[in-house]
Ligand binder design. Structure first.
Ligand code: OAD
Length: 227
């Protein structure tokens, strides 16, 4: 049986693909208030503003491609049972060839009915007021907003518990419940964190480097190791 590697990613892995992070200098949450664009209340109050915020993210995503960090992670599938748990709403892990991905915060490429939660693909880059589901309800981005449940959290916890190696890349570990995943690691597991501005955590191997600088080397080391 292949050993399981679970990789937990945040905005930092997509930074070098041209997608901004949230909390770094110049990050999205320095330009926008979370309360204006990323809560259910914001969508009730000013749906156009919220839809426009995600339309801009989607347009940026269309211009971006996976970087060497995304691409090298996919190579782990040759020798390991790889699960990527991502907080990112982009599709760069999918486009790099990773098969088993859990999106904790939803997907930019999907919309969801406000009537019955049915999911629809977004075929062009925009989702607008008046775009309706088959029952006539307004569509919203299929993303998790602040104050909403994270439906995939329990699946993610199960994957973390059964991993041999847990690799964290490019996240400030500020947002819960996602940041709690690390607390489900067992003592026997190897935990590795790659981030140029890392959160120091006991028992974690820390590499204060950019994803594209360090992930390819880590992947090569894991693929050439004997265990
Ligand atoms: P943050 O913006 O909070 O953190 C980004 C992390 O990426 C920081 O720790 C940076 O040091 C690191 N970083 C920057 N450049 C990097 C690079 N080239 N390589 C590796 N790491 C780099 O983003 P997240 O932790 O992903 O949720 O944010 C978590 C959640 O907060 C998001 O999913 C989103 C946001 O609000 C929702 O909208 C629900």
């Amino acid at each position: 049986m292949f050993k399981k590697i679970v990789v937990f990613t945040g905005a930092g892995i997509s930074a070098e693909s041209g997608l901004g992070t949230f909390r770094d200098v110049g990050g999205l949450w320095k330009k926008y208030n979370i309360e204006d664009v990323a809560t259910p209340e914001a969508f009730n109050k000013n749906p156009s503003l919220v839809l426009d915020f995600y339309n801009q993210r989607r347009k940026q995503l269309l211009k971006s491609k996976p970087n060497v960090a995304h691409l090298s992670l996919a190579k782990l599938q040759k020798k390991f049972n790889l699960v990527v748990i991502t907080q990112n709403i982009d599709n760069l892990h999918e486009r790099s060839g990773v098969k088993n991905i859990i999106h904790l915060h939803g997907k930019l490429t999907e919309s969801r009915s406000t009537l019955d939660n049915k999911i629809y693909p977004i075929n062009n880059s925009e989702l607008n007021l008046g775009d309706l589901c088959s029952k006539g309800g307004q569509l919203r981005p299929n993303v998790v907003w602040f104050g909403e449940d994270v439906p995939n959290m329990n699946n993610a916890i199960d994957e973390v518990k059964s991993a041999s190696i847990f690799i964290i890349i490019g996240t400030s570990l500020n947002v819960y419940p996602a940041a709690n995943l690390i607390n489900y690691c067992l003592k026997s597991q190897r935990i590795i964190l790659i981030d140029p501005n890392p959160t120091r955590i006991n028992g974690v191997e820390i590499f204060a480097k950019k994803a594209t600088e360090f992930v390819p080397k880590l992947v090569d080391d894991l693929l050439s190791s004997n265990n």
